[in-house]
Design a protein around this ligand. Structure first.
Ligand code: DGL
Length: 267
């Protein structure tokens, strides 16, 4: 297995349920334009955030195996709803990741503790992320004053390209349950930064003074420290099911249309 990887140029493998991870990929490319990237979006199984843990673990193993087989040396889990590290440790796959595994949690918590010391942080995320308590644990360890609120429908709505009005009403409902003294709203699902402008508008409309925080850049910062970033700046994309929303989003991020391979990796 190892020998197979060695003949390929080292790449950073990024995965998510669909378009969400593109918010992270964009920040990685800004900080490391020469990194070679392979991205997998599990569009066939998206959204992840309302699925049971066992299913999410199986999807995570398949995604990582696919990325490794395509030459990824580092793995970035651009999905808060799964823990790549836990899944890989339990399946024994961990030993096969040649370099590092980067998840959203640690860089997010580190950046919040550094930049918003003593402030009241609210984590907005999928039900799977909130149920896993990963942010609750990270915040307790870092002394962050945090509240956690799940938004069950938002990632799926963004993934299927729902009309703006529908997104606005989902966001408005979430904002209506924010504590009045919230200082910072962490967009802890990688899909949410696509509608950060709507969060900002609805927070202002509700008369709150909270600011929004997109963790993608702090994740990109960690990728620059821990991953192979000297390549040819190539980016390849694999989806488990073709998606017009994904293609459209990608064409707004990249000049020209990168090739997308469709590969069903069903478990
Ligand atoms: N973007 C992912 C996350 O950060 C998954 C969202 C979903 O598919 O529900 O949680």
């Amino acid at each position: 297995l190892y020998t197979t990887y060695d003949i390929l140029s080292p790449m950073i493998g990024i995965f998510d349920s669909g378009v969400g991870g593109l918010t992270v990929l964009t920040k990685i490319r800004e900080r490391a334009p020469d990194a070679d990237i392979i991205y997998f979006g599990d569009t066939k199984n998206a959204p992840y955030g309302t699925r049971p843990l066992e299913e999410l673990r199986a999807f995570t193993s398949s995604a990582v195996e696919l990325l490794l087989s395509k030459g990824a040396r580092d793995i970035v889990s651009a999905c808060n709803s799964v823990s790549a590290f836990t899944t890989l440790s339990e399946s024994g796959l961990l030993a096969q990741v040649p370099l590092s595994i980067i998840e959203m949690t640690r860089p997010t918590v580190r950046a919040l503790a550094r930049d918003f010391t003593g402030e009241k942080i609210v984590f907005l995320a999928t039900p799977a992320t909130i149920a896993s308590s990963i942010y609750a644990r990270g915040c307790a360890e870092s002394g962050i004053n945090a509240t956690h609120i799940a938004i069950p429908e938002l990632a799926g709505a963004i993934e299927r390209g729902a009309p703006r009005d529908e997104i606005i009403s989902i966001v408005a409902r979430a904002v209506s349950v924010l504590p009045r003294d919230t200082d910072v709203v962490s967009l802890s699902c990688t899909h949410y930064p696509f509608v950060q402008d709507i969060f900002i508008e609805e927070i202002a409309r509700a008369g709150l003074a909270a600011e929004t925080f997109d963790p993608a850049d702090s994740v990109a910062e960690e990728v620059c420290v821990g991953c192979e970033k000297n390549g040819n700046g190539t980016a390849r994309f694999i989806l488990s099911k073709d998606s017009a929303v994904f293609r459209d989003t990608l064409s707004r991020i990249f000049v020209g249309s990168p090739m997308i391979e469709i590969r069903d990796v069903s478990v």
